[in-house]
Design a protein around this ligand. Structure first.
Ligand SMILES: NC(=O)c1ccc[n+]([C@@H]2O[C@H](COP(=O)([O-])OP(=O)(O)OC[C@H]3O[C@@H](n4cnc5c(N)ncnc54)[C@H](OP(=O)(O)O)[C@@H]3O)[C@@H](O)[C@H]2O)c1
Length: 280
């Protein structure tokens, strides 16, 4: 039995699908089982909330391996609760979704460091996935693309190897399905480093209308994020991430996705075509 936490999300959904395709038995944790009704016949939906550790023991009962995707407001606490519940239940293997930003302490990295540390110190057989920034974040550009045909990002001409979330989910499923990945930490990137101008070109082609990237200074980015209500710690870590992107520090491509899936990762052009309707 494999437990997937975060099963209804961008990474969890393709992970569950790939596990089912492999004929494995899957349980999906959700705060609201009604949302899972009929989505995957045969998948047992179990109610639980990573922010409420008392809800977790039934979810881990009888589980051999688990994928933990913490996507709430307290990722460090949620990772800790999941790791502790898995340990108490005698789970054999745990795959943790972390972030490429852990080492440089940028982007979502600062929120994942504690969970990584706790997992490495645990008695569980673990694998850690550190994905690059998601291509799906481009959906946040929808409103300005619809209104102005433009999106605003402080990336300059820097390239970064964004990743398609479905590739992360499929890698997670492969890692869960085989014991050969225990003790590994995989950096997961897309197949190529691309600039925001490249993203604009891909979106222009997919939408059939011109989309422009507008570079903005760090201060304007910070003000925009604050306007959306983002907490200062997140604004700071994203600001540091984009500063590194501008000078090419996230332009390398990791071989892990192609090695594990046996095919190259999906491109941003693929993502743009699949998600054109988002930009309506
Ligand atoms: N976006 C990026 O660029 C990026 C880059 C690197 C790493 N990451 C990491 O990726 C993770 C997010 O993955 P994702 O985008 O696939 O997630 P997502 O689509 O935002 O959501 C995944 C699921 O998490 C569940 N969830 C939320 N709060 C929960 C809680 N308190 N207890 C139990 N389940 C909860 C929700 O399911 P229910 O509503 O059914 O409960 C939701 O369907 C985060 O850890 C993030 O730091 C993101």
């Amino acid at each position: 039995m494999i437990l997937v936490i975060g099963a209804g999300g961008k990474v969890g959904t393709p992970a569950v699908q790939r596990l089912l395709d492999k004929g494995l038995v899957v349980r999906a944790l959700t705060r609201d089982p009604a949302k899972m009704a009929g989505v995957w016949p045969g998948v047992e939906a179990v109610t639980g909330d990573l922010d409420r550790p008392e809800t977790l023991p039934p979810a881990f009962e009888g589980v051999d391996a688990a994928l933990v995707i913490s996507a709430g407001n307290d990722i460090a606490g949620e990772d800790t609760n999941a790791i502790d519940a898995a340990t108490a239940a005698g789970v054999d293997r745990l795959v943790l979704l972390s972030s490429q930003g852990v080492i440089a302490n940028v982007a979502s990295g600062p929120f994942h460091a504690a969970g990584e540390e706790r997992l490495r110190a645990s008695a569980l057989s673990w694998t850690i996935l550190r994905p690059a920034i998601f291509m799906a974040n481009a959906a946040q550009w929808r409103d300005t693309i619809k209104a102005q045909g433009a999106f605003y990002e402080p990336t300059g001409t820097g390239a970064h190897a964004m990743i398609h979330p479905s590739d992360i989910g499929e890698v997670a499923a492969e890692v869960l399905a085989s014991p050969g990945h225990v003790g590994q930490t995989y950096e997961l990137t897309g197949p190529e480093a691309i600039t925001s101008a490249d993203c604009a070109a891909a979106l222009s082609a997919a939408l059939g209308t011109e989309v422009r990237h507008v570079d903005i200074p760090d201060e304007a980015f910070r003000q925009a994020m604050a306007g959306f209500g983002a907490p200062p710690v997140l604004i700071d870590s994203l600001s540091r991430y984009f500063a590194m992107v501008r000078v090419g520090d996230f332009a390398h491509v990791s071989p892990a996705v192609a090695d594990i899936l046996g095919r190259p990762g999906r491109t941003f052009r693929d993502w743009a075509v699949e998600n054109a309707a988002v930009f309506g």
